[in-house]
Design a binder for this molecule. Sequence first.
Ligand SMILES: [Fe+2]
Ligand SMILES: [Fe+2]
Length: 128
Amino acid sequence: MIDELLLGIDAMDEKHDEFLDILSYMKLSPKCEFLTLFEEMITQTKEHFALEEHLMHEHDFYGLTEHLQEHQTLLDEMEHFYMRAKKMPVFGQSYINEYAYEKFKRHVTNIDSQLAMFLKEKDLTGIS
Ligand SMILES: [Fe+2]
Ligand SMILES: [Fe+2]
């Protein structure tokens, strides 16, 4: 993962790495695997968000409400494009090729970074 996206909280960085792996694999994969990989991306994103939401609840994070809303918006959008991709693959492909990385990067740098800083202040960098 590029340094810019590394947050220094092991559990979060691990989930972000998994997402980027699926994303780059999807860009190279044959069309017949696209929907299966899209489903895998949705499942992985749910796990990724659940982990962060658990950390936020557990440590009483001040930005919980905003972060939860942002997760819901991102997941709704991903599922929306997946449903459209089932009928018209081109919609899913443009989401994956043109939007998904930018959306992910924006969330990590603007929102996840606040949570990471908060956990670091509590000395919880190796948390899982
Ligand atoms: Fe995240
Ligand atoms: Fe997040």
